[in-house]
Design a protein. Structure first.
Length: 433
């Protein structure tokens, strides 16, 4: 089995590296593609795509492999692996970065931070740039500089018919709209061009911890501070366990001068009776790696998420109703809302907060209990929610996508799909769940 003009690496069942090549971030995904094509160039992507179509193989595209549903890995299909296309080139004068479709966020952060620059990226450095960006992309810089997709100047896209397009605001503007938050349903992005921002190299993280019984006082006070939060700050509230003890916490992440970020600290310390606090000055790169996994493909994972336009008392009570699995509320707003809602496929720009709860474990016999616990927790918040973020979809069900996009945006995305991929070559996306 060969692919004409293919210069990358082909791996089949039984070959060395096959099992590691099909492994993704969620260990619950255990599928066996007929062929893994590790592409070395855009030309390889075109060649592998044509081969898969001629062979009648269902296609999955892998960047960083962080899909909860394991969408890139197709049983008996073709896994088009972009991980070797991972170069990052930064121009500090124009403040632009050209990033390969298989690059990880950590590579982008490291390259840009050499010049004190960054763009909005997620909070786990081994996440793929592609999947994060195509779903929208949130992170600690979103309130200051917008979503990851808001910072894309252009995309290089291989379409279902093998054409290689440079997509921007002025070239294929319909695709430019859809690729900003609409997922990977229209082709394979082999390069992203990002705008970068002078953020410096410092960050500050602040967490004040409370007994769970005092969580209401903490969350009510935290809520009162949200409207005055500077854009450099991302307020965060959590529930979970610390040293085995159920706790609630409030705090914020600040990107920029740490001393300036400390000016917010007294207003947080004045709330309730915290049992402990942690205030850390860290580098931006340390901030971006603090949630990394050591053995990132060894854990089974599940997540549920919601957007909330407000935080009524009843929602706070629901948020504090459980401590396992843990959960987080993160403030949106700021530059996210500067972009008109109809300018991109990404939805719910008017959300005040994002709620996420999730869990990870190793024992397959715990799957049902762990997933049920997360779903039950999220269901308690659902009466107060307004939708969900497409990158947190972990349920393969027909209704999930309708919470991520409005009916009008779904209709427009489907029109784009019929224009650029009528045969549904790129079926393995959240848009078609």
């Amino acid at each position: 089995m060969t692919i004409a003009a293919f210069e990358g690496r082909l791996t089949r069942p039984g070959d060395a590296g096959y099992d590691s090549g099909r492994a993704v971030w969620n260990a619950m995904v255990d599928r066996h593609p007929a062929l893994i094509a590790r592409c070395a160039s855009t030309a390889d992507v075109v060649a592998a795509l044509r081969y898969g179509q001629d062979a009648g193989l269902e296609l999955g595209v892998r960047g960083g492999g962080h899909s909860f549903l394991g969408l890139p890995v197709v049983e008996g299909g073709l896994l088009l692996d972009l991980s070797a296309m991972n170069t990052v080139q930064v121009d500090p004068v124009s403040r632009r970065a050209r990033v390969g479709g298989g690059a990880l966020l950590g590579a982008l952060d490291v390259a840009a931070q050499r010049y004190g620059l960054a763009t909005t990226a997620g909070n786990v450095s081994h996440t793929g740039v592609g999947g994060l960006t195509l779903g929208g992309g949130v992170g600690w810089l979103a309130r200051a500089y917008g979503l990851t997709c808001d910072n894309v100047a252009s995309y290089q896209l291989v379409t279902a018919d093998g054409a290689v397009l440079r997509v921007s605001e002025t070239s294929y503007p319909d695709l430019f709209w859809g690729l900003r938050g609409g997922g990977g349903s229209f082709g394979v992005v082999t390069e992203f061009e990002f705008r970068l921002h002078p953020v410096g190299t410092q960050a500050l993280t602040v967490d004040l911890y409370y007994d769970l019984a005092d969580g209401g006082t903490a969350l009510y006070g935290w809520r009162d501070l949200l409207a005055e939060a500077p854009r450099a700050a991302t307020p965060v509230a959590r529930v979970g366990r610390r040293a085995g003890r159920p706790i609630a916490s409030i705090g914020y992440v600040w990107v920029g001068d740490a001393e300036e970020g400390r000016r917010l600290l007294p207003s947080y310390q004045a709330i309730g009776r915290p049992i402990a606090q942690r205030v850390r000055e860290v580098s931006y790169l340390d901030l971006q790696t603090q949630s990394d996994d050591v053995e990132r493909h060894a854990l089974r994972r599940y997540c549920k998420g919601h957007y909330l336009r407000s935080l009524p008392d009843a929602a706070i009570d629901a948020f504090l109703s459980r401590d396992l699995p843990g959960a987080r509320l993160t403030l949106n707003g700021g530059a996210i809302t500067d972009v008109p809602d109809d300018a991109t496929a990404y939805s719910h720009r008017d959300a005040l907060l994002e709620f996420t709860t999730g869990d990870d474990w190793t024992d397959p016999t715990e799957d049902t209990d762990r997933i049920t616990a997360a779903r039950t927790y999220a269901a308690a918040l659902e009466p107060y929610t307004s939708g969900s973020y497409v990158n947190t979809i972990a349920d393969n069900c027909p209704t999930a996508i309708h919470r991520a996009y409005s009916p009008e945006k779904l209709s427009r995305l489907r029109d784009l799909k019929s224009t650029y991929d009528r045969a549904n070559t790129f079926s393995r996306t959240a848009l078609t769940c």
